[in-house]
Design a protein around this ligand. Structure first.
Ligand code: PMV
Length: 327
């Protein structure tokens, strides 16, 4: 039977950079994110005796041998749970092509967890799905629940999972994603995180501060206070990039354009437009503002040269099944 799922990508407001357990992908700190409605992965899975091996395809994109193996290993974990012997065909499509430079591991492993577990009739709760997605790629666990999501750090496989703290309708926020480079990450995040833990002098202090900032961020969310929320987002973004840049060898994800946009964000705030930035493991900048200010932010952004693409995201619902299969 073919089963298809859609999962949103997410932008972290308190980020995840480093694990306390590599095998279980237990994060060194809890994190909080917003799911993105315009950046999604759709995945169709079919387990059948006609397949001689697992196959994984991303429409409009290439898949490396390493990625094939990672997906196949992941499917084996699910097969074991379901006591199944069948191989699977997996076909995915990202709403954001690889050429936009956005990592698809969060939405990718969330969609795969939901589609594959349902195809194997595993009937898992949202919590179990989040745990399963985490084992594929850490940040994927935050792409299972709806809207605004907290990933509880936990200290075991069963206690580290994500859940929705607010539905998408709670707060009309925007993530205006500015794509400035399609360049792919040269160092995969799993390896980058390990290197940071081993070598960056700022690794530990950032984890300690992220743990202090998370409850403050949640308090600011209760009040829907964008200024407090935004300042915390920027603080942890800068802290995480300090850790990355002080890793040996250094992980410089920013480009000159990234810094130009950051400096503009400060100026725009002085000019009265409440907007804040977040940056993941790449040069692209996410601008966080309220829906009412989307227009004024876009007007400002249009004056900056060298932005390849703009994606305006609203808070999204989490991973779910749909009836349109990709093959
Ligand atoms: O899920 P991973 O292993 O690709 O980690 C990605 C972590 C960041 O995107 C850089 C930050 C975050 O919390 O999403």
């Amino acid at each position: 039977m073919k089963i298809t799922a859609v999962a949103p990508a997410n932008i972290a407001f308190i980020k995840y950079w480093g694990k306390k357990n590599d095998n279980l992908r237990l994060p060194a700190n809890g994190s909080l994110s917003m799911s993105l409605d315009k950046c999604t992965t759709t995945t169709t899975v079919e387990f059948d005796k006609k397949y001689r091996k697992d196959s994984f395809e991303i429409l409009g994109d290439t898949v490396s041998d390493k990625e094939q193996a990672r997906v196949s290993n992941y499917l084996s974990r699910l097969r074991k749970m379901a006591k199944s012997k069948f191989f699977a065909r997996v076909v995915s499509r990202n709403s954001f092509p690889k050429s936009t430079g956005i990592a698809a591991s969060a939405s990718g492993f969330a969609a795969l967890s939901v589609a594959a577990s349902s195809a194997l009739e595993l009937k898992l709760s949202e919590k179990k799905l989040s745990i399963l997605a985490r084992l594929g790629s850490g940040s994927a666990c935050r792409s299972i629940p709806d809207g605004f999501v907290e990933w509880r750090e936990g200290n075991s496989n069963e206690t580290s999972f994500a859940y929705s703290i607010y539905p998408p309708s709670y707060w009309d926020l925007r993530d205006i994603l500015l794509i400035i480079s399609a360049e792919q990450k040269r160092v995969p995040t799993t390896r980058g995180q390990e290197a940071s833990r081993e070598t960056s002098i700022f690794y530990r202090p950032r984890i300690d501060q992220a743990r202090r900032l998370l409850p403050l961020l949640k308090k600011a969310f209760v009040k829907k206070n964008l200024e407090e929320v935004g300042k915390i987002i920027e603080k942890d973004t800068i802290n995480m990039h300090c850790v990355m840049m002080t890793t040996n060898p250094p992980l410089f994800y920013w480009s000159p354009k990234t810094l130009e946009i950051i400096k503009n964000v400060y100026l725009w705030r002085e000019e009265g437009v409440p907007v804040y930035f977040a940056i993941d493991a790449g040069p692209n900048v996410h601008l966080i503002c309220e829906g009412g200010n989307e227009k004024s932010v876009l007007e400002k952004v249009k004056k900056i040269k060298g932005i390849n693409k703009i994606i305006v995201n609203k808070p999204a619902k989490g991973s779910h099944l749909i009836n349109n299969h990709l093959f």
